[in-house]
Design a protein around this ligand. Sequence first.
Ligand code: SAM
Ligand code: SF4
Ligand code: SF4
Length: 338
Amino acid sequence: MTKGMIDNFSRPLKDLRISVTDRCNFRCRYCMPAEIFDKYIKFLPKNEILTFEEITRFAAVLANRGVKKLRITGGEPLMRQNLSTLIAMLHAIEGVDDIAMTTNGVFLPKYAEELKQAGLKRVTISLDSLDDDTFMAINDRGVGVHKVLEGIEAAHQAGLNVKINMVVKRGMNEKDILPMARFFKDTSVILRYIEYMDVGNSNGWTLDHVISKHEIFDMINKEFPLEPVAPNYVGEVADRFKFKENGQEIGIISSVTDAFCASCSRARLSADGKLVTCLFSSGGHDVREVLRSGATDEEIAAFVKRIWEKRDDRYSEERLKHTDKKQLKKIEMSQIGG
Ligand code: SAM
Ligand code: SF4
Ligand code: SF4
């Protein structure tokens, strides 16, 4: 086969999100509520988790076919031991020009410097409130806001580019929308609000919990006037704005009220090696088996190409059809990251 881009009409495969662990030190209420996870979810045994060599080989095959961006996620990615070794291996792949990571930030004071040295460019740190009581109620592990702020500072000191993800859920943290804008407005950190999504099967999502992009925008714009900023590239997930006052950027990700499936070019690799073509898929394709069966690079690429060409995912555009009726079981967010 040729080494051309893996494409599906207007949706080339450009971006690979790699989940390196199914474990997490948090039990965020909107992601993996403790009463469900601790009781029902079995964590993967070590031999079922892809090794660094397997992840790197797969990423290299895709990089050779046009995937330039990698994002490391989890579970909590920094719970995977020696993660900077993997970052260095991925950084050495020809064609990969951007490695980012999504993390809850708690372990960044320990690892930010070595991750940066290994080739990590950017981190997106999740922080949903600046109020300790609210934040502890969300993470359900008694972790205070200062732990994440220390992580943000460590990332900044290490020279990593930092963004913040704030998931907004009605009844949980809408009162934090403005304090978060106020806090990050005068920093170099880009804050992005995310509409609460019906990921997985256990977070109890209903449409009533969603605070829409428009509501978030209006709330901020009233207090701190905003103006739109053009997207950096086609398919960028966040709508970008800047504060008129100082030009600092802010973003809103509207996966529920204004879906962007038409330009979705992301694939996800779970920690146990399943290739998942949509955040809301009910299953994945077994890359681990292909890798461990002695397949050549060409065979691995052909496997992905076949899957991607058939891909017709547009869950978010059709969400209400799915949520009206009893739906298929979905993969949990903690297995495939954001
Ligand atoms: N543990 C890391 C963290 O929290 O950043 C990485 C994995 S986490 C699953 C990836 C991102 O998904 C985080 O920014 C998190 O806030 C977001 N997320 C989790 N559950 C969500 C939900 N129900 N709706 C929207 N975003 C969600
Ligand atoms: Fe929270 Fe991320 Fe862990 Fe999910 S994976 S519980 S969002 S820290
Ligand atoms: Fe992509 Fe699926 Fe999200 Fe649509 S719902 S943007 S296809 S991951």
